[in-house]
Design a protein around this ligand. Structure first.
Ligand SMILES: Cc1cc2nc3c(=O)[nH]c(=O)nc-3n(C[C@H](O)[C@H](O)[C@H](O)COP(=O)(O)O)c2cc1C
Length: 169
């Protein structure tokens, strides 16, 4: 699969089979994440990989929009130090992991994030220092069924050549 195919195949998957994800694959996901661009090359990220069932259930009970974590094989939690561009860096790392997961045939879903009131609780559960920022929790598992990416806006509707307001002749 080439990169554009993986990007086009990626979609949020929230139902998973029970099979575990082999450790080398999880390691490759983190390796993909940490290869993201980082403003000023600070690389402020840290990654916690969770496969323990009890911890997954605790996370699912904590994250109101991430209940499906209890059925995931793993969760990749992305944290950043509080740098100027921590959010951009952390999001770039998260997206790299999502694309790598799609390439491996894994299902994944981005669960927010540091704007959520549960961020502090997630840090407690995962024993992460308070000053770190929670960027995302990425649920992971082998998809229960095949799903397709669906985008509501067409390329032609959102692409602007040269200037935003320039109309195509
Ligand atoms: C910053 C961010 C936060 C998100 N948080 C959640 C979440 O908490 N729970 C969830 O089920 N999906 C979450 N999503 C996934 C979006 O709902 C999903 O990307 C969107 O519906 C588009 O679908 P697609 O990913 O299949 O293209 C989040 C996505 C982003 C980028």
């Amino acid at each position: 699969m080439n990169t554009f195919e993986a990007i086009s195949k990626r979609t949020s998957v929230r139902e998973y089979r029970k099979d575990p994800i082999e450790r080398p694959l999880l390691e490759t996901l983190v390796d993909s994440a940490r290869r993201a661009p980082s403003a000023r090359a600070v690389e402020p990220w840290e990654f916690v990989v969770v496969t323990d069932r009890d911890t997954l259930v605790r996370l699912s009970e904590t994250c109101d929009h991430g209940r499906f974590l209890k059925g995931a094989a793993a969760c990749l939690a992305v944290f950043c130090r509080d740098t100027k561009y921590y959010l951009e860096d952390g999001c770039a790392a998260t997206e790299n992991a999502l694309i790598a997961a799609a390439d491996m045939g894994l299902g994944a879903c981005w669960i927010a994030g540091d704007k959520k009131p549960y961020a502090a609780e997630v840090k407690k559960i995962l024993d992460v220092p308070r000053e770190m920022k929670l960027i995302s929790l990425v649920s992971l598992g082998w998809p229960a069924e095949a799903g397709e990416q669906s985008k509501s806006r067409e390329l032609a509707d959102l692409i602007h050549w040269e200037r935003y307001n320039k109309k195509e002749e």
